[in-house]
Design a protein around this ligand. Structure first.
Ligand code: AHN
Ligand code: ZN
Length: 335
């Protein structure tokens, strides 16, 4: 017994001495190891453009998503069910907004939240409604457009992005909020700039969570067309130049500089304006623009040519992969 006790004592002393002697080193090693994990970039997941394309097709199949239509309620129910599969919490704002013509318009905003407790948050938004008029077309100007690109493409990209994140380890310090905003395109220039973006104006003054803030926001608008170009939209450069730089760098890193040229472009009154001005969240717009200030939008814009055949998987991929790159890059710098 005595011998055993002595042996145990000697062993314990040995362990103590050894650990004391190497204490500093061990601490340093630990620190180095932790720093290594923090600084090691988490590779972004792969964006599946086939899946994004299928989501756009599904949305378009509901028909024009006009305020008060059954396509509006059916499409909203589908988007809500899709968000519920890949987000931790889903909020629905089922309200009425006032159109430029004075009409009371049903408006459904959906918000999907990933990692709700994270204080560093990225807001990703896009409108999902269809323009009720094809005013840029030569015929059937008073009929609604299908809006595959201008209303469908952003939803397809963001649903697929959320699905990709769900199957991958997004660090818990990064939160993602996906806002599908309604009644963006019920505007006319003669009614004033404020006649656009009604759903976002509502959300920016009545956020899904009181006092909601995000670190920054990214708006997607017309991100699916063949031959799309995303130069640096002017209001984004004014409101959030550092976010614009970050996203364009992410595009370059992902290999999509040909879609995201470092070129200044027109200022577009779009959903990012109320998010910046009313919600106070630095937000940029990724929007298909031509360098010609006389004709800033693509030829299919607000015409009956805005249908599935205009959608290109290569464009969806460029935008989706760039966003994933920017998000997972953020997760490195956030820590
Ligand atoms: C204006 O035409 C003033 N703004 C463009 C906003 C918009 C409409 N984006 C898509 N459709
Ligand atoms: Zn539009």
């Amino acid at each position: 017994m005595k011998n055993t006790g002595t042996i145990i004592f000697l062993l314990a002393a040995l362990v103590l001495i050894t650990s004391c002697g190497s204490n500093e080193n061990t601490q340093e090693n630990k620190k180095a190891a932790v720093t290594d994990t923090k600084e090691k970039p988490v590779n972004a997941p792969v964006f599946d453009a086939d899946s994004a394309y299928a989501y756009v097709a599904k949305q378009v199949a509901f028909g024009p998503r006009l305020p008060g239509s059954s396509a509006q309620t059916k499409c909203a129910a589908w988007m809500e069910s899709m968000l519920k599969k890949v987000c931790d919490t889903v909020y629905k704002q089922d309200v009425h907004v006032k159109g430029g013509d004075g009409k009371s318009l049903p408006c459904i905003n959906l918000i999907g939240v990933i990692n709700p407790r994270a204080t560093g948050r990225i807001l990703l938004l896009t409108h999902w409604d269809s323009r009720p008029w094809a005013d840029q077309d030569t015929k059937d100007k008073d009929k609604p457009i299908i809006a595959a690109d201008d209303g469908g493409s952003g939803v397809g990209v963001l649903l697929e992005l959320a699905r990709a994140i769900k199957g991958y380890h997004l660090p818990p310090s990064v939160g993602i909020d996906i806002l599908f905003t309604d009644v963006e395109d019920y505007g006319k220039s003669e009614w004033g700039e404020d006649s656009y973006c009604l759903g976002t104006q509502y959300w920016a003054t009545h956020p899904h969570v009181a006092g909601y803030k995000a670190t920054f926001g990214i708006l997607l608008d017309m991100v699916g067309a063949h031959g799309a170009q995303f130069p640096m939209e002017g209001f984004s450069t004014q409101f959030a130049p550092e976010i614009q730089q970050k996203v364009w760098q992410a595009a370059a890193k992902a290999g999509y500089s040909s879609y995201f040229p470092y070129l200044p472009a027109d200022e577009i009154t779009d959903d990012h304006v109320p998010v910046n001005k009313l919600a106070g969240i630095k937000t940029i717009d990724i929007i298909n623009l031509s360098p010609d200030p006389e004709h800033p939008f693509a030829p299919h814009w607000h015409t009956h040519a805005d249908v599935m055949s205009i959608i290109d998987k290569g464009t969806l991929k460029a935008v989706g992969q760039t966003l994933l790159e920017a998000i997972y890059e953020q997760s490195v710098t956030n820590n």
